[in-house]
Design a binder for this molecule. Structure first.
Ligand code: HEC
Length: 140
């Protein structure tokens, strides 16, 4: 009986620890949070395509294959430019993929209100967090 209680208690402790770790990890995973709040509709939770796919003229590519399609190297510069989008849009006109650089620049203004800030640093931080997440999600 005593033994059973002990096992029961440790099982609860393990479960409880598991939960807190998961929550803590979620809190610091900025890239995952950015991805889940901005990208899932079109790219999906698994990065292979989301619910909006049917409404787009161009289907979003599988984002777990970025490295694979680039000879095993994560195409950092290209992915940065595609997510930021402000440069590319000037060259190519309208596109299906939103211009996150502009979006984040507006968000920076809302975030800092009347404090002194560098909007480009804010944009870079968000994009690098996303890139870090995408890089971790690449198919081996
Ligand atoms: C409105 C739908 C939509 C949303 C939301 C969206 N994307 Fe895209 N994305 C696309 C489409 C469509 C493409 C295909 C290429 C194009 O249209 O230029 C694409 C292409 C990409 C590519 C290029 C892949 C390659 O092989 O070059 C990356 C990287 C990417 N998206 C990342 C993101 C990230 C990160 C987010 C969230 C911040 C996001 N996307 C949000 C629709 C979307």
């Amino acid at each position: 009986m005593k033994m059973f209680k002990l096992i029961g208690a440790s099982a609860v402790m393990v479960a409880a620890t598991g939960v807190t770790t998961a929550v803590a990890a979620d809190k610091v995973d900025l890239g995952k949070r950015e991805y889940e709040s901005n990208c899932i509709a079109c790219h999906g939770k698994d990065l292979k395509g989301g619910a909006y796919v049917d409404f787009l003229k161009v289907s979003p590519p599988d984002l777990t294959l970025l490295s694979k399609k680039n000879g095993g190297v994560f195409p950092l510069e290209r992915v940065y430019a595609v997510i930021d989008g402000r440069q590319e849009v000037k060259a190519h006109g309208p596109r299906d993929m939103p211009i996150w650089g502009r979006d984040y620049q507006i968000k920076a203004g809302e975030y800092y209100v009347d404090m002194n800030y560098d909007p480009d640093a804010f944009v870079r931080g968000r994009i690098f967090a996303l890139i870090d997440y995408l890089n971790r999600m690449q198919a081996k």
